[in-house]
Design a protein around this ligand. Structure first.
Ligand SMILES: NC(=O)c1ccc[n+]([C@@H]2O[C@H](COP(=O)([O-])OP(=O)(O)OC[C@H]3O[C@@H](n4cnc5c(N)ncnc54)[C@H](O)[C@@H]3O)[C@@H](O)[C@H]2O)c1
Length: 363
């Protein structure tokens, strides 16, 4: 019996989902939905999907086993909760949601329904990223003590004007941190462990005339391990230098994963891990750096396929998917804490407050 899957939201990234799902044996894409029904129909025709409908309810009624969610981030919660309540497994695009309270409601709905709930962070499937995770696990890097996530991107103003929801707090939930850097923040905390304190600043510079969310951010994160890291992010650079995550471990070993041009498979640009030392020099004149966002998405397609394969296998075998809702909550919590820190001027504590001690006096 094939796993019957539907796609919710038929915009730009949904194409990666359709192509990925069609490559997974034992999976059948039975329908797609978008409130823009014409868009859903065009998408269905382009990807050989038999049924296109205009609402999530109609899609879930097709008798799905699972769905993938490709709507704007503030809409993730209502779709994931509706799917969970219908007993349908869900793979949701990043970020999980735009605030941690919504993420908690999604996780709770999935737990209550006993469904598989995964969140898409396909860069974790790069061999270069897994190589770092493995070298942390086997002790060659040791506990990461210093980290750096660098997200130096170019977006033209047309990137924001093309989709009415982008760049506004109510419909996008954030800017470069929420939409782009959340990938590298996810990878940073996957390497470094639980984040406990965050401080930072957000600003809107290059795109100030047409967006209200941040196009630039600088932040510092401290981790339960004692390690610390910085995050630098912008969509306002005139050249797209892509994304880099670097860690330095207790052994002194340095390992980085660089994505340049943006959307291309990440590579270990720096690798000084016992056993081998490698350096790459990727920034040379003549590389076309400022790719269109559709080219960026296309470059990531193979890794969407790996994560969709992992999700389908998780559903079929009952194991946890590679990136769970709880895993995805962690990067959102860091992004939300940078916003809070920038607003309040304070360091934000991410650790839960200790339970009050009950004594004879306060019982
Ligand atoms: N993993 C990645 O690398 C990656 C890359 C791009 C986008 N994304 C994520 O995918 C999501 C969508 O981004 P996009 O660039 O495809 O946006 P988009 O604007 O191109 O597409 C979003 C689609 O969702 C539809 N939609 C809105 N409300 C809906 C609802 N209630 N039900 C069904 N459909 C609805 C819109 O009509 C639109 O067609 C975002 O959360 C984004 O962060 C992830």
């Amino acid at each position: 019996m094939a796993l019957r899957i539907g796609i919710v939201g038929c915009g730009k990234i949904a194409g990666n989902h359709a192509r990925a799902l069609q490559q997974v044996p034992g999976v059948e894409v039975v329908g797609c939905c978008d409130p823009d029904l014409e868009r859903a129909r065009t998408f269905a025709a382009a990807h050989g999907i038999t049924t296109a409908v205009g609402s999530v309810g109609e899609l879930l009624d097709l008798g799905l086993d699972a769905c993938t969610v490709c709507t704007p981030h503030p809409v993730h919660e209502e779709v994931v909760v509706a799917a969970a309540q219908a007993g349908i497994h869900v793979l949701c695009e990043k970020p999980i949601a735009v605030d941690v309270v919504a993420a908690d409601r999604m996780i709770e709905a999935a737990d209550r329904a006993g469904i598989t709930f995964g969140v898409l962070f396909q860069r974790r499937f790069w061999p270069a990223a897994r190589r770092i995770r493995d070298a942390i696990d086997d002790g060659r890097i040791g506990v990461p003590v210093v980290g750096e996530a660098s997200v130096i991107l170019h977006r033209p103003s047309s990137y924001y004007s093309a989709d009415a929801w982008r760049g506004r707090w109510d419909t996008d939930g954030g800017g470069v941190l929420m939409t782009q850097a959340v990938h590298q923040i996810d990878m940073l905390q996957w390497f470094m462990g639980e984040a406990v304190q965050v401080s930072g600043f957000i600003r809107t510079h290059t795109h100030a005339e047409h967006i209200e969310t941040e196009d630039s951010a600088s932040a510092v994160v401290s981790f339960a391990s004692g390690g610390t890291a910085t995050v630098t992010a912008t969509t306002g650079a005139n050249h797209n230098l892509g994304n880099r995550v670097t860690v330095i471990g207790q052994t002194g070993a340095i390992a980085s994963v660089l994505e340049f041009p943006e959307g291309q498979e990440g590579v270990n640009e720096i690798w000084t891990v016992p056993g081998s030392t490698e350096f790459r020099a990727p920034f040379t004149s003549g590389v076309r750096a400022n790719l269109d966002v559709t080219e960026v998405n296309a470059g990531l397609s193979d890794f969407h396929t790996l994560q969709v394969q992992d999700f389908a296998d998780a559903v079929l075998t009952g194991r946890a998917p590679a990136v769970t809702g709880r895993d995805a909550r962690a990067s959102l919590a860091i992004v939300a804490a940078v916003y809070e820190s920038s607003r309040t001027g304070r360091v934000v504590d991410l650790t839960p407050a200790p339970a009050p001690v009950t004594t004879k006096e306060n019982a």
